[in-house]
Design a protein around this ligand. Structure first.
Ligand SMILES: Cc1cc2nc3c(=O)[nH]c(=O)nc-3n(C[C@H](O)[C@H](O)[C@H](O)COP(=O)(O)OP(=O)(O)OC[C@H]3O[C@@H](n4cnc5c(N)ncnc54)[C@H](O)[C@@H]3O)c2cc1C
Length: 324
């Protein structure tokens, strides 16, 4: 499938990129690895006048592990995160999510920023023009109906990012820059929960860094995912768990973040886990939307949200005991 026509821009530093974005606003789309953007363009879901490749911005690439926080540049490839010994050692769920995302062909190109900001997906939306032309326009295509939920007054498309739940489990923040200003927000604030406009980011804003605070004392984490083929597919349900203990070994945080459960990752916070596994699983089930708009039935995906939450917590607890 051919791409629609567009003008290609290639800044060499962040300042230049911000000026280009400031001048072109909504008519410009950022391309990092291009694995999400170009597919949407081929399907004619979007037809931007300008595509700006940020692949040459070396100042926002790489992992910097400091004493109090770890900074990951937006252009860092998922394969580098999956392979990083330091990320594997300190932030196991994040390394697992990167390793489990897509396939090596994709993770060699896909960046962490692009993974977080990939568009929400739905079987009734991510189709070629040939299929879509035969369907009534849904909310995500500017219409007023939902093809997945009869009578649905809103869009139920799903955030299928593997990285977002794992990063949120570690309370990650992100840095957004535009010409003349910079803001740092919790990663959770980047998600609107609205499938039509899933991200609270301006057309002139560039995501430059992800910041992960260094957890205090002992921590265990894990990421568990359901997908059709283990070698390549998007998550149909997923759960990232983060468990931390005080100096005396008492659990003081047990956080589960669900992926593929709706238009944004869903956070379930608790203070204890081993004794409350069933209640966390129930909360995960209640929180997941489980709509019939991905490859597996919604009811099954919803049940699996609870199962994966339990599996992730158990794995995180085991790692905590092993001192990882
Ligand atoms: C076959 C296949 C299987 C896949 N399986 C999975 C999977 O299992 N799990 C999973 O999580 N994902 C999966 N994906 C999606 C893939 O991981 C994403 O497409 C990829 O991570 C996006 O990163 P990218 O660098 O290619 O982003 P791009 O496609 O370049 O960009 C994605 C979006 O983010 C915006 N963007 C990118 N960088 C920035 C920035 N710095 N600031 C502001 N906006 C920005 C772009 O404008 C665009 O809208 C799969 C994709 C394919 C093709």
């Amino acid at each position: 499938m051919r791409l629609p026509p567009f003008q290609f821009l290639e800044p060499t530093n962040v300042e230049e990129a911000l000026s280009m974005m400031n001048a072109r606003k909504e008519t410009l789309k950022i391309m990092a690895g291009g694995t999400d953007l170009l597919n949407r363009m081929r399907f004619r879901l979007i037809e931007p006048a300008f595509v700006m490749n940020i692949g040459k911005l070396r100042d926002v690439d790489g992992i910097d592990i400091g004493e109090n926080e770890t900074v990951i540049g937006t252009n860092t490839k998922l394969k580098d995160i999956a392979r990083s010994p330091l990320i594997n050692n300190k932030f196991r769920a994040i390394a697992e999510a990167a390793f489990e995302a897509a396939s090596p062909a994709v993770t060699n190109m896909a960046t962490i920023g692009g993974n977080i900001l990939q568009d929400t997906r739905c079987l009734y939306y991510n189709q070629s023009g040939m299929v879509l032309n035969g369907l009534e326009r849904c909310h995500k295509r500017g219409g007023t109906i939902c093809l997945a939920v009869k009578g649905g007054k809103r869009c139920f498309s799903v955030c299928q990012s593997d990285m977002a739940p794992a990063l949120i489990a570690f309370d990650a923040k992100c840095v957004l820059q535009k010409k003349g200003s910079t803001r740092t927000v919790a990663l959770t604030e980047l998600f609107t929960g609205n499938g039509v406009t899933p991200f609270a980011i301006g057309a002139d804003e560039l995501l430059t860094k992800i910041i992960i605070p260094q957890p205090k004392n002992g921590v265990g984490s894990a990421y568990r995912k359901l997908r059709l083929r283990g070698s390549v597919d998007y998550p149909l349900a997923s759960a990232a768990a983060f468990v931390s203990v005080t100096k005396d070994g008492e659990v003081n945080a047990c956080r589960v973040v669900l992926g593929s459960a709706g238009a944004s990752p869903r956070v379930i916070d608790g203070r204890s886990c081993e004794t409350h596994l069933e209640s966390i699983a129930q909360k995960a089930y209640d929180s997941a939307e489980g709509i019939d708009n991905l490859q597996m039935p919604g009811a099954y995906r919803r049940k699996m949200a609870g199962v994966l939450a339990k599996r992730a917590i158990k794995a995180a607890m085991d790692r905590l005991k092993e001192g990882m």
